[in-house]
Design a protein around this ligand. Structure first.
Ligand SMILES: NC(=O)c1ccc[n+]([C@@H]2O[C@H](COP(=O)([O-])OP(=O)(O)OC[C@H]3O[C@@H](n4cnc5c(N)ncnc54)[C@H](O)[C@@H]3O)[C@@H](O)[C@H]2O)c1
Length: 329
């Protein structure tokens, strides 16, 4: 039977998730949508039921599983409501606005005794990242020693602060670095350019690997995500994000996307399909509530240690976490 999915928040990400459920996912259908803006919900519904109250959507008999794509501050309340209703949820990153709220979700799942929450760190489904992780596990490049990440946005709005560059953008590198390396981050150091952008975050893992990440919110030329994993015997890195090269005017070139949706289209699709398949089998996939908590906690600890009004240039920040519950072994 097709899984009836409800989508909460039908802005940029929610509209894309709704489209994937309608047009590009097998074994599921878009059953309901909800948005604080009824016109936006109506535009995304395309025949699905429209709710004005997210909690009513979560508790509706018409909905078996939920995608949460409303703003960060709403994630915890809705994820907890999904757990109370016993329904699987794919919650957009970050799991919650604060690590304390993220831990509430972990503790609710532990009390329930089963995992229902997936956090939408879709890079885990991106073909380039999955090949890099497979190369690391195959061992051909030798023991990993360094992971270089680049995260550049064309432009960020003026209200996007240095702290948000960590809690909203760099969270992707925290999660994918843990996943790529299979390691935990134990400390971090932030160095920022004048004005706070770009910043360079250097982390060390519990296996003594070094993770460097450039986070540049106003890189101007386009949206550019890159990673290179350095092992003792070789390196593996992402190829240019393109399918075609253009030869013109004595130069060879390819285009950069303007934002994350075109760059990670396939990752969002694969994530949705994997989540639906897992939900139908009574399982979960992707980043767990624990992964979501660790990532938000790491970001929060880095921001607290950055000082200087979020401009960086702080000393090394020691990262600590509570013990991992057995549910997430
Ligand atoms: N995985 C990724 O790559 C990625 C990329 C961008 C954004 N995100 C995350 O997705 C979420 C949504 O981001 P976005 O860029 O789509 O934002 P957006 O502003 O485009 O969309 C958010 C939508 O939620 C609606 N909304 C607000 N409060 C609501 C409520 N209480 N109940 C229901 N709907 C409500 C708004 O009206 C809006 O339509 C955020 O948590 C963001 O961090 C993830």
């Amino acid at each position: 039977m097709s899984l009836a999915v409800g989508v909460i928040g039908t802005g940029v990400m929610g509209a894309e998730h709704a489209r994937l459920l309608r047009d590009a996912t097998s074994g599921a259908h878009l059953a309901a949508v909800c948005d604080a803006d009824p016109a936006r919900a109506g535009a995304a519904a395309k025949g699905a039921a429209v709710f004005t109250d997210a909690l009513a959507l979560i508790n509706s008999d018409q909905v078996q599983a939920v995608v949460i794509a409303s703003p960060d501050a709403t994630h915890a309340q809705y994820a907890l409501a999904c757990l109370a209703a016993g329904k699987p949820c794919l919650c957009e990153k970050p799991i919650a606005a604060t690590a304390a709220e993220g831990l509430d979700i972990v503790q609710a799942e532990v009390a329930l005794g089963r995992r229902l929450v997936t956090v939408g760190f879709m890079r885990r489904f991106d073909p380039a990242y999955t090949e890099m992780q497979a190369a690391r596990i195959a061992g051909n490049i030798g023991a990993p020693v360094l992971l270089h990440n680049i995260h550049r946005n064309a432009a960020a709005p003026a209200w996007f602060t240095g702290a948000m560059a960590v809690t909203n953008s760099f969270v992707h590198e925290i999660d994918i670095s843990r996943w790529l390396l299979g390691s935990e981050m134990i400390n971090a150091q932030v160095t920022a350019a004048p004005g706070g952008d770009p910043m360079l975050v250097t982390m060390q893992t519990d296996k003594a690997e070094i993770v460097s990440t450039e986070v540049f919110m106003n890189a101007t030329y386009g949206y550019h995500v890159h990673a290179q994993l350095v092992g003792r015997a070789g390196t593996v890195e992402m190829a240019a994000p393109t399918r075609i090269l253009t030869n013109l005017s004595a130069a060879q070139s390819f285009g950069f996307p303007s934002n994350w949706v075109p760059r990670f289209t396939e990752a969002y699709r694969l994530q949705m399909q994997a989540w639906v398949d897992a939900a139908r089998a009574g399982q979960t996939t992707g980043a767990s509530a624990w992964d979501g908590f660790v990532t938000t906690s790491t970001a929060e600890q880095i921001v607290a240690g950055m000082g200087n009004a979020g401009m960086g240039n702080a000393g090394r920040i020691t990262l600590t976490y509570p013990p991992r519950p057995a549910l997430y072994a």
